[in-house]
Design a protein around this ligand. Structure first.
Ligand code: GPK
Length: 832
């Protein structure tokens, strides 16, 4: 069942020609037809929302046509396909993306203009599809864009959350969470597929039966049955040839009444403890990189993994019947983190209990089917489930996990005879007070490939997280550096820069981002520098307008636009940025002539609702912003903006306007980062640590075109093992001490002197686990160098151009090519 032997890659499949021929008048007709027939309104009555829906419906006609052709082609070719299992897909808006990928954006714009509608303004009607938290979910969205663009047979599988990530409001400086309702007025992109519903089981008990030969057979008598309803979102590849599917499962109760459970102890009582079926897909857990350990979360994971597996098997059986021998040749499943790892014992259950394959045959199929991506080393994000909880919800799976572990422990013993320490460390079961199932260990054991998401991160996965696994399974652990789709993150979000680039070097960069390197030849050309920076200036002007609209704050578009956008986390160190802002503020107060280029610090970040310190940091940024922005002594030179409700569609407005990209995590903590790539692609200069993909960005752009500061991974480890004491830095740096103490006065929170003291506490008594104080001085120096560099207009323009020019490596097309050639072994499939 080896999947590595026969398939070979044909490389990047997508052709460059437009496949959809539609002119302006056709488009107009399509919109009007849909206004009449789909919306039941007309040109005179239609409001913006109706126009948006009619335009989406017009696009959807084209999308469905290609979707149908793609599915037929894939079916007829019976090709091997990748199945990307992810609890999160952070899609953002789809209308403008689909227009761009069909190369119809300009046509649509002209058509709508003639109908009296401004397209760009109308696009704001679309709610973001925010079915993810941050980087992990957005990565999945970029990957499925690249898969469709490169014409690989692929399907994304996830959860059809009724409510995506919460909407953030800021009230008196503090974060308030409001429910997200992205489907309230209908979503034009999804299509319900009731013909493909699945049913999955939960709870109940396992019966052990013996047949005539004394062979053991296990039968799971479930306590309840849940229905999964699939919703398909078409994923349009660039060029419009392949349209793949993102299939999201919605839970529904089934009328099923389980007599086994009723007889075994009373249905009503058992039912009360169970999670109601409809609740399963209600809401996305808003925790990023922390594991909540909630029963409902485990059920969500099992629900979508089991529905998806059944869907895959149904499709496989249609062609291959009961012949399982070709399963792993046809199917590869990528586990996006451990969230879908329960799929491993689920496939074992199907193969052993249902298909009645022997354990060894089943295990061979299983371990040739799954591959696993790790996205973090943070211990609080590594999923563990109480044995007791799995035993209650999935009693048969718990038995299977124990059996997997039993056989695995024998393997470990063969390799390290009698070494109980290694056994305890590698065991899928953690023998703690409350026994736990380690989902990371299960994923490594049950997969044929495990990857980290940037070179340094993958090296740390091998050396720190899974060193013994790396010895036991040489070659299994590998790296695939993350990437971003240049369609959304340059072509669509930054039309002026895209047009300038295409004018200069042609349009091949859209499908071959390495082509951007042709811009390097013009990096020192004064005319091109002026053109490049003029675009940046226009984008800054547009963001300044947006800032005014959203916050009332007036910012100077001539100032340096310095942007930090990402989830709020201590390891990402928004508070290091804040301490530096306070240092600048203090310098300006002490010396009104303090020489600095005017600078606007712009933040966007959501905090997990239960993460108190992260919320305090948001509050701190807002109260400091309020003080500084209203202090006429400094606000000509310094402004601070916190833009509420950071999300994909806001990122698309901020990124093109950035001069500076803040990527300042503690070295070793940010697995990769992808915002760093988006910002550099749009000509922002990174100030950052040698962490995650920053290291590879620095390699590409060269040390002259990035501001690197701070401790390296090795230095962080040395500093910590030498007994790090933040007070040493606090007492030896007068400015650092003053800024930290400032936070603990009532200067920023009048009448409430201790509102921010938890922040100070975490940095001092709390031991400063993310080494903010240790990196502060070097960070200030790097900021000084940056400020000086910006004053040399030509030098800065050259740096900015080179950042754009050198981002070729970071297209998600390259990441997908890596996965395809080294892990998935797929052939592309041209759709005619
Ligand atoms: C990692 F573990 C996790 C998680 O739960 N959520 C999440 O967004 C991010 N991530 C990493 O923090 C980023 O460094 C990385 O670029 C991104 O995943 C995609 O790999």
């Amino acid at each position: 069942t080896s999947n590595t032997s026969k398939a070979k890659t044909k490389g990047q499949g997508a052709a460059t020609s437009v496949s959809i021929q539609l002119d302006k008048d056709d488009f107009k007709q399509a919109v009007i037809r849909n206004l009449h027939r789909t919306l039941g309104t007309d040109e005179n009555k239609a409001n913006k929302h109706a126009w948006w829906k009619a335009t989406s419906a017009a696009m959807q006609e084209l999308v469905f046509e290609r979707l149908r052709t793609t599915q037929k082609t894939h079916y007829l070719n019976d090709t091997r396909a990748v199945h990307y299992f992810s609890a999160e897909f952070l899609m953002g808006r789809l209308l403008s993306n689909n227009m761009h990928n069909f190369e119809l954006f300009d046509t649509a714009k002209r058509a709508l203009k003639e109908l009296g509608v401004d397209l760009v303004d109308m696009l704001e009607e679309e709610p973001d599809m925010a079915l993810g938290n941050g980087g992990l979910g957005r990565l999945a969205a970029c990957f499925i864009d690249s898969l469709a663009t490169m014409e690989f047979p692929a399907i994304g599988y996830g959860i059809h959350y009724e409510h995506g990530l919460f909407r953030q409001e800021i009230r008196n400086g503090a974060q308030i969470e409001r429910p997200d309702s992205w489907r309230d007025y209908g979503n034009p992109w999804e299509i319900c597929r009731p013909e493909s519903i699945q049913q999955i089981s939960l709870y109940g008990y396992v019966e052990t039966k013996y047949d005539e030969d004394g062979k053991i057979h296990k039968e799971w008598h479930p306590g309840s049955i849940v229905t999964g309803v699939p919703w398909d979102i078409p994923i349009v590849g660039y060029g419009g040839k392949t349209v793949n599917v993102l299939r999201l499962w919605q839970s529904q109760s089934s009328e099923y009444f389980n007599w086994d459970v009723f007889n075994a102890g009373g249905y009503v009582d058992a039912q009360r403890e169970n999670v109601e079926s409809e609740t399963i897909s209600k809401v996305l857990y808003p925790n990023d990189e922390t594991e909540a350990g909630k029963e409902l979360r485990l059920i969500q994971q099992y629900f979508f993994s089991a529905c998806s597996l059944k869907d895959i098997i149904r499709r496989y059986k249609r062609v291959h019947g009961d012949d399982w021998s070709r399963f792993a040749e046809q199917v590869v499943i990528q586990l996006n983190d451990t969230h879908p790892a329960i799929a491993i014992p689920e496939l074992m259950r199907i193969l052993v209990d249902r298909a009645e394959l022997s354990w060894n045959v089943a295990w061979e199929i299983c371990t040739q089917t799954f591959a696993y991506t790790n996205h973090t080393l943070l211990p609080e994000a590594l999923e563990k489930w109480p044995v007791r909880m799995i035993g209650k919800i999935l009693p048969r799976h718990l038995e299977i996990i124990y059996e997997i572990n039993h056989r695995f422990m024998a393997e470990v013993d063969a390799k390290w005879p009698g070494n109980n320490e290694i056994k305890a460390k590698l065991s899928i079961i953690e023998e703690s007070n409350e026994k736990m199932v380690r989902m990371g260990n299960l994923s490594v054991v049950g997969s044929f490939a495990v990857n980290g998401v940037a070179e340094i991160h993958s090296a740390l996965v091998k050396s720190q997280l899974f060193p013994e696994f790396n010895e036991l399974y040489p070659g299994k652990l590998t790296n695939v550096t993350n990437g971003i789709t240049p369609r959304r993150w340059l072509k669509a979000c930054n039309p002026s820069l895209s047009a300038l680039i295409t004018k200069k070097i042609g349009g091949d960069w859209i499908l071959n981002l390495d082509k951007l390197d042709d811009l390097s030849a013009f990096a020192s050309n004064k005319t091109f520098q002026n053109q490049f920076m003029k675009v940046k200036q226009q984008n800054k002007l547009a963001l300044a307008e947006e800032i005014k609209k959203l916050t009332g704050i007036i910012v100077d578009p001539k100032a340096i636009f310095d942007i930090q956008i990402k989830r709020l986390h201590e390891y990402k160190r928004q508070h290091l940025n804040l301490l530096h802002i306070l240092a600048l503020y203090r310098r300006l107060l002490q010396d009104p002539d303090y020489d600095m280029h005017p600078r606007v610090f712009i933040f966007g970040a959501k905090a997990a609702p239960g993460y108190a310190l992260a919320k305090t940091i948001i509050y701190a940024i807002n109260v400091v912003a309020d003080k500084i922005n209203n202090d006429s002594r400094v606000n000509e030179k310094l402004k601070v903006v916190f833009l509420p409700n950071y999300r994909v569609s806001l990122a698309e407005k901020m990124i093109p306007a950035a001069d500076v990209s803040q990527q300042i995590s503690t070295a070793g903590k940010e697995a990769s980062g992808t915002g760093n790539m988006k910002l550099a692609l749009n000509g922002a200069i990174t100030i950052g640590t040698l962490d995650g993909a920053n290291i590879e960005i620095a390699e590409e752009v060269g040390e002259d075109n990035i501001f690197i500061f701070g401790l390296t991974v090795d230095e962080v480890n040395e500093t910590l093992s030498a007994g790090y004491n933040p007070y040493d830095y606090y007492y030896s740096n007068e400015e650092l001490k003053a800024t930290i103490d400032w936070l603990d006065s009532d200067y920023f929170t009048p009448g409430n002197p201790h509102a921010l003291s938890s922040l100070k506490h975490s940095l001092l008594e709390g031991g400063d686990p993310y080494l903010v104080l240790a990196d502060f001085e070097d960070y200030c120096k790097a900021n000084l160098a940056l400020d000086l560099a910006y004053r040399d207009k030509s030098k800065w323009a050259k740096m900015a151009i080179l950042n754009t020019a050198k981002m070729g490596k970071f297209t998600s097309d390259r990441s997908i090519k890596d996965y395809v050639e080294r892990i998935w072994k797929l052939d592309s499939c041209q759709v005619k």
